[in-house]
Design a protein around this ligand. Structure first.
Ligand code: NI
Length: 255
């Protein structure tokens, strides 16, 4: 069993062969996935997929890159969707200082509003962080995000910050980069953090693991992530698969 905690099967890259992609994931032992929506179109598609497939759940949120586009109506819509039986988290949300479409102050405000909503509806949150670690940690603390907890998605920071996030009731999710030969930090994080706080993901169609780097990513490849972590931790693949699946089910409240 494998739980891919972050997929974008709602992305246009899967328009032509979605069913084949899902079949390959199932064949590789993927028993659960969370499809993440982050704007109007991808949220609608995430809900559709979650309604169509038993083993797919959805997370809905507003991406920091597009923070400037989020209206009060969008926030109300997220609140409504939080009641949907297949919606298990809010996000991805956070801060992205790599792209400059949305000013930092607007990103922060939209991030804070979504954390407050998550505490109101009692759902965990999925955090997107690009070049913004210090501000993310500060806002998570100030907004008491630990009350709901959640996931540091495709975590790429230091061991020290990972442990700080774990202390705030967050899980650390590792993706394709942990398989890259030059990825020192993700490998250190995989080795160092406790197994009961670890998750695996693909973030497909992005961040494809070795040896498929450069090609489109898909959920079947989450197995490569789990295998790499097993090697780093000196545990069996089965132990990593079982632990990360149980961790995800506990966090998302999936039976
Ligand atoms: Ni993502």
């Amino acid at each position: 069993m494998l739980f891919d905690t972050h997929v974008h099967l709602n992305a246009e890259q899967f328009n032509d062969d979605l069913q084949e992609v899902i079949d390959r994931a199932v064949a590789e032992g993927v028993t659960n996935m969370v499809v993440v929506g982050f704007d109007e179109l991808t949220i609608k598609k995430a809900i559709e997929l979650a309604e169509e497939y038993d083993f797919i759940h959805a997370s809905v949120g507003w991406h920091p890159v597009d923070a400037i586009d989020m209206t009060p109506e969008h926030l109300d819509w997220l609140k409504e969707l939080a009641n949907h039986p297949k919606v298990v988290a809010l996000g991805e949300m956070g801060l992205d200082y790599y792209w400059d479409k949305s000013p930092k102050e607007i990103q922060k405000e939209v991030f804070r509003k979504q954390i407050r909503l998550a505490r109101e509806v009692k759902l965990p949150i999925i955090i997107h962080n690009r070049d913004a670690t210090a501000d993310i940690v500060e806002i998570l603390k100030e907004e008491n995000a630990g009350e709901v907890g959640g996931i540091m998605h495709c975590y790429s920071g230091s061991v020290e910050t990972a442990l700080e996030c774990i202390d705030m009731n967050f899980y650390i999710s590792l993706g394709g980069p942990v398989t890259f030969k030059n990825a020192k930090k993700p490998k250190e994080v995989a080795e160092s953090i406790p197994l009961d706080r670890l998750l695996v993901e693909t973030d497909c169609p992005y961040l494809t693991p070795h040896p498929y780097r450069g090609k489109r990513n898909e959920p079947a490849y989450v197995k490569l992530v789990a295998e790499e972590i097993a090697g780093l931790k000196g545990l069996s693949f089965e132990e990593i698969a079982e632990a990360t699946t149980q961790n995800a089910k506990k966090l998302f409240g999936i039976k």
